[in-house]
Design a protein around this ligand. Sequence first.
Ligand code: ATP
Ligand code: MG
Length: 427
Amino acid sequence: MASLITAQRGTRDVLPPESLLWNKIEETARSFFARYHVLEVRTPIFEATELFTRGIGEATDIVSKEMYSFVDRGDRSITLRPEGTAGVVRAYLQGKLASTMQGPVKLWYAGPMFRYERPQAGRQRQFNQIGVEVLGTSDPKADAEVITLALDIFAALSVSNLRVELNSLGCEDCRPAYRERLVAYFAERQADYCTTCLDRMETNPLRVLDCKVPACKDLNREAPSLQDVLCEGCREHQAKLFGYLDAVGVKHQLNPRLVRGLDYYTRTVFEIVAEEKLGSQDTVCAGGRYDKLVEECGGPPTPAVGWAFGEERLAILLEASTPKDAIDLYVAAMGPEAEVAGFKLAHGLRNHGDWRIECGFGDRKLKKQLEVADKLGAQWVAIIGEAELEAGEIQLKNLAARTTQTVAMDAESLAAALTAALPESGS
Ligand code: ATP
Ligand code: MG
């Protein structure tokens, strides 16, 4: 046997039963996207490198050290998407959604993202995000709506102990003055910051506030706060957002040190943080307003707001509630003719309703098949032996209730019997 080729570092398989949990996460998210009238967009996994360097910003960690970029056979620089927003904005512009859809345009996406990072718990090189973007409105109600959307999904999944942290990064009117204050503050303490922060002071001083090095964190505690210098418009935007969140009872915390890793944010930024189980990778969902990005990408002025959550991190939080795999019906047929009849019955029933059905494989004794049915968590077993074949009937056994009834051997009759037994069988 040849040696086994294993998955790449920083990538992983989502195997059953964990995949059932992922299905549940995705179904729950989809259900709430529908309720908020957010439509799906699917964009390619690779894009022109320039989309990300321009959109996300050259000085960000993502662009400067984490991108999976390569030159393709046609000598083009291609990048595996490190995040979803830039691609969605490109698709929004290229697909002219501003004119084909009633605005604001509310979109969601789900899929793999790629970043060359140091793999650890909750941090991978290929990971999955589900995200939302609302394009074409500067109304703080949109900020509030995306935040409650995320929280509704998490609540429906019964994720507890989440904290919502918010800040405003200001706008082009008030941020430059803040930037100057910040640079002045850093300049007085330069010697004590880490070398990465020294670089950031040159390229993107706000990012210094995001440093995880304890010494830098300490120094940052006294740094000037954007909250003190927000302009009237930004202040009002934030107050309205808080008003909407308060109206629906969303607890939120102002964190004046919160900045995000991407360059494109303006005004609102937020993180939804898990207070347990995730260790240092504790941010499940992150997002904010990006009123300038669409223009950066070559479009008309289009204010927008969105978020993305990491499915891996959510799956870690929800591990204990991984759904159990179980089937509704097991078809146990004995003998070659009965096997064909059972195969036909299962096929008919599968096209009659959404019962989960297994047929036994390999001609086996009834006792053995009942054991298999039990292990599969079947609620019902349809037994077909020679006598049943002859009578044109099946024995329908309810494994939990230990009852058996005779049902005509056709999908309609079996479906009717199973339906009659609901809610017992309905799960
Ligand atoms: P962090 O620094 O916490 O990893 P980030 O600022 O890089 O986050 P965003 O780019 O805003 O994160 O991505 C949003 C969410 O996607 C994160 O909150 C996290 O749940 C998830 N995420 C980001 N990077 C990874 C990764 N490498 N592996 C797994 N999940 C990730
Ligand atoms: Mg990161």
